[in-house]
Design a protein around this ligand. Structure first.
Ligand code: HEC
Length: 470
């Protein structure tokens, strides 16, 4: 336990990350990775059209520019802020794991950062020079080329991050040879990339379809043709997304189940996976339905209907990310570090000689009757608080009351449960402390039931560190 742990006792730290990260993924996939290539494609079609009819070409170009305006504003504000926000939230919620990920993927992050900076430069150039690019065909061609660069760079930032996300689910051969390459080329990398790329393209299409239907008036001559193009874009990416989903859906469980040696997990896991399948199917069917309508009868497509695919794709991405995070449990880095931030290989030491003794961030050396409650609180912080609060979201007291009723807890039953919690609920890591610490934790939970006192994290309470002995 190398870090003091920030803790939000009402909403829980997980929620903090979830809100920021899911918002970020939706913006990244829907308004950058999948959106920018489509905008560039529409601009290119406008350039081609302008050879036959200048007015038609202008309408296409102006529509593409307005779409890019939406993308530009959202990605450079909420998109960029939530991107930085993930770093803050993740370092607060699980400093040990973010520390490991920085160490292992140092050069990947570094490359990511360079690519990200270039992406920002390209997006500035692309959007801000748009109006002047109409002055001559040469300028237009150059401008379109910037759109292509921007599309490639947006995709690359995703392609790097997906390597790290895959690694967290299953580090593959990294566990043995610990090289950057083996971590990056983890077994889940390609299935995820193959799945996310077309899904992003479809999401970008859904956003573009909705915005276009609003910015072009019904009487506009090019409206139908543009809507048809965007619909065909979604339609063309749908089979690719379906193949990606198939690969993802059928590859991942086998790989993940290898991580979960307990028989009971199989059943649980299957039920999460079935909900994922339903979500994928619904999203694909809605995307397909709207884009077929848009391709066949663009004129009669009611614009308010176009909110539905956008909302569905947001819900889809949210559910997908939530499930992906969930199936990774009990680990934060598969087989290497548990979600409580403790390394698998540190467990024997902590279980034998105690967690508190081995961390600087508790001043308790020996547990006595006087300090038992405080010791229990420290143990709760180190072992449960990454996922539970005392009385807020996913409250540990409420969880136990659901099992044992609301009469005063029996500490022996609490202890028996916690000793086995990983076997009963595979997604929870095993308890990492000694018997005495387990006893203190049970006393703390029981006392919290009798007199609920929400605990503050070290950010409010400060930290007691051990006396340094020279
Ligand atoms: C990796 C995250 C994680 C950690 C760490 C964790 N839990 Fe949980 N725990 C969960 C989740 C998720 C649930 C299920 C919530 C739900 O679906 O309602 C849960 C459920 C429970 C339940 C109810 C189980 C049931 O059968 O219904 C109890 C009791 C519980 N946790 C106690 C603890 C205690 C005590 C600790 C610390 C020693 C702990 N948990 C650590 C994630 C965690």
């Amino acid at each position: 336990m190398d870090f003091p742990l920030y803790h939000l006792d009402f909403m829980g730290d997980r929620m903090l990350i979830a809100i920021i990260a899911i918002l970020h993924v939706i913006i990244n996939h829907g308004l950058a990775v999948g959106f920018i290539p489509l905008v560039t494609f529409l601009e290119f079609r406008g350039y081609q059209k302008s050879k036959e009819s200048e007015t038609a070409g202008k309408i296409w170009d102006e529509t593409a520019r307005k779409l890019m305006f939406t993308g530009f504003i959202i990605t450079t504000t909420v998109g960029a802020l939530t991107g930085v926000g993930i770093w803050f939230a993740a370092s607060l919620a699980n400093p040990a794991s973010i520390g490991s990920l920085i160490r292992i993927f140092y050069f990947a992050w570094f490359t990511e950062w360079i690519i990200f900076v270039l992406e920002v430069v390209f997006i500035m150039i692309y959007f801000l020079t748009w109006k002047r690019s109409g002055e001559s065909p040469q300028k237009k061609k150059k401008h379109i080329l910037f759109g292509v660069f921007l599309s490639v760079f947006s995709w690359l930032t995703m392609a790097i991050i997906v390597g790290i996300l895959g690694f967290m689910m299953d580090p593959g051969s990294w566990i043995e040879n610990k090289t950057l390459f083996s971590g990056f080329a983890n077994p889940i990398y390609f299935p995820q990339l193959i799945f996310r790329t077309p899904v992003a393209m479809m999401m970008g299409g859904c956003f573009a379809l909705m915005v276009t239907a609003y910015i072009l008036k019904r009487g506009n001559n090019e409206r139908n043709s543009i809507i048809r193009h965007i619909s065909l874009w979604i339609l063309n990416w749908t089979p690719v997304a379906a193949i990606g989903a198939y690969i993802y859906y059928f590859f991942i469980p086998g790989l993940m189940l290898g991580n979960l040696p307990v028989a009971l997990a199989t059943q649980k896991f299957q039920s999460w996976y079935d909900s994922l399948l339903i979500v994928i199917l619904v999203a694909v069917i809605v995307g397909l339905g709207v884009s077929i309508l848009g391709a066949i009868i663009p004129k009669r497509l009611p614009k308010h209907l176009l909110f539905i695919p956008v909302i569905i794709s947001i819900l889809f991405m949210g559910t997908f990310e939530r499930l992906r995070e969930f199936v990774r449990k009990p680990y934060v880095i598969g087989n290497y570090m548990y979600a409580n931030g403790i390394l698998v290989e540190e467990y024997p030491l902590y279980q034998q000689s105690g967690l508190l003794k081995n961390t600087p961030y508790s001043d308790i050396e020996e547990i006595t009757d006087e300090n038992k409650y405080r010791a229990g609180q420290d143990i709760f912080n180190f072992t449960c608080s990454r996922c539970h609060t005392t009385h807020g979201v996913n409250s540990v007291v409420v969880k136990f009351e659901k099992m044992y009723g609301d009469s005063t807890f029996n500490t022996e039953s609490l202890k028996t449960y916690i000793r086995n919690m990983h076997n009963v609920r595979i997604y929870m890591p095993p308890f990492p402390g000694s018997e005495k610490e387990l006893d203190a934790l049970a006393v703390f939970i029981k006392q919290q039931q009798v007199t609920p006192i929400p605990i503050e994290g070290p950010q409010t309470d400060g930290i007691n560190i051990k006396e340094v002995k020279y």
